[in-house]
Design a protein around this ligand. Structure first.
Ligand code: NAD
Length: 456
């Protein structure tokens, strides 16, 4: 905990009985929110960080009922499940998993499933809240959710992962569904895991239900372009940001933390744009070559050797060193809280594209702002994945499929539109990009709340 005094600020309540269907006529009790100079971010949990980001943006929204904001600060529904899985040696192990539905105000809940030893309810809450914000930023008709199981799939056989997946799906099946809550891949889950989830759900409901899940194999109704989509949105926004800053993408040096789905595909796409990928890493460390790495060769190496850290065409770097390497663009594509009050000052990139969710702590955000580093926040930069998930869901509901060009064209259109809308707010309100993206998202969510009203 910091020794700083903890301060709370009141959200200014401005009564706006306007015709936009969003204002309030009568003053109501204001909500108190922690201010920027309350806790330092190292002492906050991921969900508290998500709430702090929310609160910071909420202060710029005038005329919104504080109750709407109070509701959006909290998840709508949380399910914790403890369930047994039979291991290959005959032993039975109890696993804990979660599904958090943060909001269904704008549509069915949507969000990935993470398998990782560090998964906690608090982390899943934060990720679910960011999903609500992300879907609202890009204007797709979804709310936000996230799920996860505390496990280490790297130490499990494929059969064990399948049995864990099927039992977890069974446990959460009462709250998921094509019109309720639609899961997708996240860290350590992939199209195969989605296929097992889909099959398990299908056995329960007794009929095919491809719209239950996105990020599934093409053969089961997956969308062309979905696998690359979570990464593809990031280069789209980087291109637009570079243009805005008068930088050239071609020839830019790029460092990527996390060489999984989002990181490795970002590397290949940025290389196609003429960028030089100078460093990349995974949980075991990274490799640095200022002359540039071949993303394809690096992916093959990781497949064979389970890590990029031993790649021979470059020097080993730790993950801490990697974040501080000289480069034009830094892409955190691993886990939360990698850029902190401790290391932000040593980051040399001019542009940061957050392919990961929650990689930047609030104190680091402030430092980047002071240093003039342009941050494309997670809820914008990595929204490509959920956007093409939405396309996949639409195709499933219509029993129709689009070609890949159509998917990418629509994705670029939506990403460009969201980027421009966020920039407009950032300029108008003179706020950081993350605050602007949250302002856009919260205003869309609170408008939906106002229109729907309170049941009963
Ligand atoms: P993944 O499991 O495919 O890859 C994660 C990579 O990060 C792995 O290579 C892993 O070794 C590495 N890693 C883990 N801890 C690390 C550390 N401390 N330092 C460096 N590397 C580390 O997962 P993914 O799907 O690529 O997800 C990565 C991030 O992108 C997550 O934050 C996820 O929420 C976000 N994201 C994913 C999607 C998607 O559709 N898959 C969509 C949007 C956002």
């Amino acid at each position: 905990m910091s020794g700083k005094k903890q301060v709370v600020k009141e959200i200014p309540l401005i009564s706006v009985p306007s015709g936009d269907g969003h204002g309030v006529a009568a003053p109501i009790r204001p909500t108190t929110v922690p201010s920027q100079d309350g806790h330092d971010s190292a002492s906050l949990s991921p969900f508290q960080i998500a709430q702090r980001q929310f609160d910071e943006a909420a202060q710029y929204l005038t005329g919104v009922r504080p109750e709407y904001l109070a509701k959006l600060r909290l998840p709508e529904r949380e399910l914790t499940v403890n369930f047994p899985v039979r291991l290959d040696d005959g032993a039975i192990r109890i696993f804990t998993g979660y599904r958090v539905q943060h909001s269904m105000l704008r549509g069915p809940a949507k969000g990935g499933i993470r398998y990782h030893p560090d998964v906690t309810l608090d982390e899943v809450r934060a990720l679910a809240m960011w999903m609500t914000m992300k879907c609202a930023v890009v204007g797709i008709p979804y709310g936000g959710a996230k799920g996860g199981v505390a496990c280490n799939p790297k130490e499990m056989s494929q059969g064990e992962v399948e049995r864990l997946t099927r039992r977890f799906t069974h446990e959460i099946s009462s709250i998921i569904g094509p019109h309720r809550d639609i899961p997708a891949p996240d860290v350590n889950t992939n199209a195969q895991v989605m296929a097992w989830m889909l099959d398990t759900y299908t056995m329960k409901v007794g009929h095919p239900s491809p719209a239950l899940i996105t990020g599934k194999p093409i053969e089961l109704g997956g969308s062309l372009g979905r696998n690359e989509a979570s990464a593809r949105g990031c280069p789209y926004t980087l291109r637009r940001a570079a243009k805005r800053l008068g930088l050239s993408v071609s020839g830019a040096s790029v460092v990527i933390q996390g060489y999984g789905n989002a990181g490795s595909i970002s590397a290949s796409l940025l290389r196609e744009d003429g960028c030089r990928i100078v460093a990349a890493s995974d949980s075991q460390g990274g490799v640095y070559n200022p002359k540039g790495l071949d993303p394809q060769a690096l992916s093959y190496w990781k497949e064979e050797n389970k890590t990029v850290a031993t790649y021979p065409d470059g020097d080993f770097v730790t993950n801490a060193e990697l974040l501080e390497l000289p480069c034009d663009v830094l892409i955190p594509a691993a886990l939360e809280r990698q850029l902190t009050g401790q290391n932000a000052d040593r980051v040399k990139a001019r542009l940061i594209g957050e392919a990961a969710n929650g990689p930047t702590e609030p104190e680091a955000d402030d430092i980047f702002h002071d240093k003039g580093i342009f941050v494309i926040p997670d809820i914008l930069a990595n929204a490509g994945g959920v956007t093409v998930s939405y396309f996949e869901w639409v195709q499933n509901l219509q029993s129709f499929s689009w070609d890949e060009d159509e998917v990418n064209r629509q994705l670029e259109r939506i990403m460009d539109r969201a980027f421009d809308q966020v920039m407009e707010i950032a300029e108008e309100k003179k706020v950081r990009n993350r605050v602007a993206a949250h302002i856009l998202a919260i205003s869309r969510c609170t408008k939906a709340f106002h229109l729907r009203g309170v049941y009963p």
